[in-house]
Design a protein around this ligand. Structure first.
Ligand code: SF4
Length: 64
């Protein structure tokens, strides 16, 4: 289980992350990206590395 976090203060709305990983990221009406599904798939890492302002991070969550 992962939790993917987008820092909306930092996101410049470039649209790259939904292009790279559309299963996880989408663009909101506010012009910023949001996480539509927390999935542990390889393109998440690609999106994290490609975001020009490093607005995306990923945390491991341990469930009880
Ligand atoms: S790649 Fe980064 S800056 Fe671009 S839309 Fe996604 S979170 Fe925002």
């Amino acid at each position: 289980m992962v939790k993917i976090v987008i820092n909306k203060e930092t996101c410049i709305g470039c649209g790259l992350c939904p292009t790279i990983c559309g299963e996880v990221f989408a663009m909101g009406k506010d012009g910023k990206a949001f996480v539509k599904a927390h999935k542990d798939i390889p393109c998440v890492k690609d999106a994290i590395e490609s975001c020009p302002v490093s607005a995306i991070s990923e945390d491991g969550i341990k469930k009880k």
